[in-house]
Design a protein around this ligand. Sequence first.
Ligand SMILES: NC(=O)C1=CN([C@@H]2O[C@H](COP(=O)(O)OP(=O)(O)OC[C@H]3O[C@@H](n4cnc5c(N)ncnc54)[C@H](O)[C@@H]3O)[C@@H](O)[C@H]2O)C=CC1
Ligand SMILES: CC(=O)C(=O)O
Ligand SMILES: [Mg+2]
Length: 554
Amino acid sequence: MSKQSGDRARTVLSDPLRSRGTAFDYEQRRRLGLTGRLPAVTETLDQQASRCYEQLSRIDTPIAQFIYLDLLHDRNQTLYFKVLADHLAELLPVVYDPTVGQAIKEWSRDYRVAQAAFLSIDHVEDIRVSLESFGLGADDVDLIVCTDAEEILGIGDWGVNGVEISVGKLAVYTAAAGINPGRVIAVSLDCGTNNASLLNDPTYLGNRHSRVSGQRYDRFIAEYLRIAAELFPNAILHFEDFGPENARRILDRYRGDYRIFNDDMQGTGAIVVASVLSGMKVTRQTFAEQRLVVFGAGTAGTGMADQLAAGMVRDGLSEEQAKDRVWLIDKHGLVVDDMVDLPGYQRAYARAADEVRGWKRTNGSIDLLTVIEEVKPTILIGTSTVHGAFTEEVVRALCTGVERPILLPLSNPTERIEVMPQDAIDWSGGKALVAVGIPTDPHDHDGVTYTIGQANNSLLYPGLGLGAIVSGATHITDGMLLAAAEAVASQVDPTPPGASLLPPVQNLRASSAIAAFAVAQAAARDGVATRAHDDLTQAVQDAMWQAAYPDAEA
Ligand SMILES: NC(=O)C1=CN([C@@H]2O[C@H](COP(=O)(O)OP(=O)(O)OC[C@H]3O[C@@H](n4cnc5c(N)ncnc54)[C@H](O)[C@@H]3O)[C@@H](O)[C@H]2O)C=CC1
Ligand SMILES: CC(=O)C(=O)O
Ligand SMILES: [Mg+2]
């Protein structure tokens, strides 16, 4: 074999978007210089996928399964997504939440290879060349997911290790909504880290200095956005797991200029709206009748407060009246307007000090139980990362105040959730309408089987992204977010005893297609669509990439 054909064989077999491994047939092997490089048998994709699944079944820890699948992702993406599609509900918790949290903690130590762009705040001048290195043209990219990893899930600052959340979110886009994996880029925006365990870890692979903030950070983000949008003008720029200050600031500052989407604020807000829409089918109430308590008023908590308050305004309340029905609780208890150093993103919902003067205080602050007793919320959401914060006493108090409270303990991963859903159902005597961020099995209580919906933005953002791509939306509008939420909620009947508030993960592809259709319609209504389709249903279907080896490309 000449050096040239040897190089060619290596190139084909190591390109995860082109490689088929044992599925290359005899002719293809000859043409691609692979003769003699693979065992004799030509397998089908189904046969390959069965073997992989069988191998996976022999691995007994989720993190080891994650590594197996990660290596497969880097070897043959068609096969990876076929295995994922065939066992979506079982494997989503392995490639994504909650296992991805552990993989991120161990990423540098377990370093393999990552299909991602590593952009460094110390080399802003390299952003362009790094993004160009993928060899993709202006029309070749639909979606870029970036993270600066300041607040990964509920586990904090994980520096460059956080790249795995960009990769994981993209895997969910493809598995759930058929976003073409050859048309996406995962990005790590490495700004340093304040995580001492990483800075002291000799195996850490990111910039070994504390997190850069201020003007240098702002310049880095501005350059990233400018260059990414210039090189790939049609790409959605998805932001994931930024700290609360930066997440909101970047979204507010650039939302009008770029096709950006903050998943933790907008995606989570929309899946919460979907959950509440479902819950209100049971309680037969409107948004305007809700009293919302958010425990953990950071990126996700304040993002969802905004979307639920917007729902109240749509139902006839003024903005003032809507804000008056929202209570935020953070580290120092109820957020009150005379608190010092109140972050800007909490100020809009701070309660007047006068109004709560007579409320019970513990060590100077007003705690969750007191707020529940005083407010009698119809909705309690947890985005605090404080495991166990929703105690039996809290859940019982919630149910004393209202007949069927909506209870959404959303913190991820499992070790951060405010209350396990099984406990919430038992303690509330089945009254609480529960959905959680993590996947959970059904739970039996008092003769009823409760199916617990997964209120994770992964049930919504893939369909939202697909709808934005199909319509060529220039911006992600509030109308598109609402359309996605309504489309998700429309797929369930939550009224029978024990029914879930959200569609099952097993149906995620169909569910994403329905959401994408509604999102594309909303983009057109909002005047941001650049592509019209005579048959939108067909356009959505056609846009969904399938895990198959296309004949023409062999
Ligand atoms: N289910 C879903 O789709 C999503 C879930 N999340 C989860 O929500 C949690 C928060 O995420 P982010 O908002 O991005 O983080 P964040 O760090 O922006 O917000 C967390 C907030 O909780 C507050 N907090 C900490 N200790 C507290 C305490 N003892 N009492 C009350 N508040 C306390 C923090 O001060 C902060 O404001 C994470 O666990 C994350 O995994 C986030 C996005 C989506
Ligand atoms: C689900 C998600 O985006 C988070 O926990 O941050
Ligand atoms: Mg997130």
